[in-house]
Ligand binder design. Structure first.
Ligand SMILES: Cc1cc2nc3c(=O)[nH]c(=O)nc-3n(C[C@H](O)[C@H](O)[C@H](O)COP(=O)(O)O)c2cc1C
Length: 220
């Protein structure tokens, strides 16, 4: 393991970990944006990448709500981050009422925090949700076949899974029951806040979308 003084992070000989370097050109703030999308894509492809998990914030009657979600897909040209959820979960009704969202992730290896702000659209039983369902694994699909609505009070600690699925995966017909509960949240972002912690002073940058991305460095 080699200490990289410039980025204040560690660089391993192994190429998979090398991709966790957050490299950018200090003379061009836009390289922060392109590297952010690159790392988000790496997070989707690498189970151990810290940005695979994001904190998704919504608003509920003027109060914040946050929860962990898995980043499933990005579409950089459309400025989209995508996660999956149960259509009956609180976040879905919150986003249907108030579509504003913020997504936060921190990678302790690169010491970079990102905050992405924008508007979310929820897809259920449409072409978008069908497309994503098609790509999902049987393990993932099982999570949407429940005995009760998520969040319902339970008198005992028990998984929200029918008995017949305790020790096996659903077949195609059973999985179809899950599809009815499956929702895709597409977050289209128009604001990106970037922060890298460094021993000799933190660095920060900010990007705003109007009809194109405008970025600038800022004091952390
Ligand atoms: C590591 C981890 C990953 C999670 N990923 C998801 C996810 O991708 N989608 C999701 O709906 N909930 C996910 N959850 C559960 C949520 O954090 C949350 O508890 C649940 O969705 C209910 O949230 P809500 O009541 O605000 O809708 C995850 C939880 C953990 C701990």
């Amino acid at each position: 393991m080699v200490k990289n003084e410039e980025s204040d992070s560690y660089c391993f000989e192994d190429w998979t970990v090398m991709t966790r370097e957050f490299e950018f050109n200090p003379a061009n703030v836009n390289t922060i944006l392109s590297q952010t999308w690159r790392h988000l894509q790496a997070a989707i492809e690498t189970e151990t990448h810290a940005w695979r998990l994001g904190t998704l914030a919504t608003a509920s009657e003027g109060r914040p709500r946050v929860r962990t979600v898995v980043l499933r897909e990005i579409q950089p040209e459309r400025r989209e981050l995508i996660c999956y959820t149960d259509r009956r979960s609180d976040k879905v009704s919150e986003l249907e009422q108030t579509p504003w969202m913020e997504w936060m992730a921190y990678d302790s290896l690169t010491r970079v925090q990102i905050r992405l702000r924008g508007e979310a659209t929820v897809h259920t039983s449409d072409d978008v949700s069908a497309d994503h369902w098609e790509k999902s694994s049987p393990e993932h699909r099982r999570g949407y076949i429940t005995v009760a609505e998520p969040g319902t009070r339970s008198e005992t600690p028990e998984p929200n899974l029918p008995d017949y699925l305790f020790d096996r995966l659903p077949n195609d017909e059973e999985a179809q029951l899950g599809y009815e509960n499956f929702a895709v949240i597409v977050c289209r972002i128009d604001h990106l806040d970037w922060l890298q912690l460094r021993r000799n002073g933190h660095l920060a940058a900010q990007f705003l979308w109007t009809d194109k991305w405008e970025g600038h460095w800022k004091f952390a």
